[in-house]
Design a protein around this ligand. Sequence first.
Ligand SMILES: [Mg+2]
Length: 418
Amino acid sequence: MGVRTIGKRRAVFLDRDGVLNRAVVREGKPYPPANIRELEVAPGVDAGCRALRDAGYLLIGITNQPDVARGVTEKKVVEEINQYLSKRLSIDSFRVCYHDNTDDCECRKPKPGLILVAAAEKDIDLGASFMVGDRWKDIEAGRRAGCRTVFIDNHYSESNESEPTFTAGSFLEAVEVILMNARLGKMTTKIFADGADREGILALYRQPYIKGFTTNPTLMRKAGITDYEAFARSILKEVPDRPFSFEVFADEMSEMERQAMIISQWGANVYVKIPITNTRGESTKDVIRNLSAKGLKLNITAMMTLQQVRDILPCFNGSPSSYVSIFAGRIADTGCDPLGIMKEAVALLRPNPKLELIWASPRELLNIFHAEEIGCHIITVTHDILKKLELVGKNLDEYSLDTVRMFYEDGKKSGFTL
Ligand SMILES: [Mg+2]
């Protein structure tokens, strides 16, 4: 299911029993506390809720209480527990489904009804929100509502019929995962996706934290694209409102200018990539100056030295905005730490607010945080590295175990014997 955006606020939807308070477990199955005397707030929940509130999340309890319909519990017992938790944990509101399976209501999880109603009432952006639960029905409800989901694994003996976005071993771990992801969304460094595969671009366009796109002739060749303009125009139809960089492929200066003029006509969000030199190593300064004077948005690419930055700085007189793209990853490949160069480049660009620095060709996910640290405006990240974003904040014990299992499975599949 795609991300549904209803409003502007972010929320963490919290299941109650087994998440906020300890569930009463009988034969591997969790049950709600029978009354307020049995209620025990789970470890880390006070601190975790505080951290989420400090980060600006609304906290909304989302709970099925079918025992009321079943006559096992009175509604006022449920309400008393909810009131206590609301007060203690500063929960904004509790949404409760009192129905049973046979009632066929819209609110009983795994249906997303409780979440959708809360989102509409409180102006919540579901794509920027999370559902935290300890059973598959919580995860499925969150998923159907368009939220990212965190499953707290309390090791019940029941099947898990919905795939969560993240799994955590405790409430505090779930909070850690959420805050790390929020940090990505809040980063001042903009993440651009670098690639040429159409499906990948469209999937990333659905992610609010991808702020723009770049591609280059090498990536397009790899993706098997033969008609440059047809590819560009069709993708720009689907991505009309975030910066998209397309590169000229000529080697003569006059031909570069001609191609740049054509490319710039493809869309208002198009930036034209001009390599810093041609293949004979001749500077494209004059091309940059001429195109900027015509008001084109440019992305100067394949740069690696501060002298190259200094050389082109005076060329941007007419562009409404442009990018200076330094290939930090390729610099790193030579054994040289790019951090110092990138820091200095940020400083060189500072007097011209129309120019933004791109950290290009990153080699690992960690580079996103490096770029953020030095105030680099943009980082272009390949689709492959972007896939690792789901690992941000992952618990290292869990990741270690995944790795051990991978080795084991691959050894088994290969049929190795000794
Ligand atoms: Mg539960």
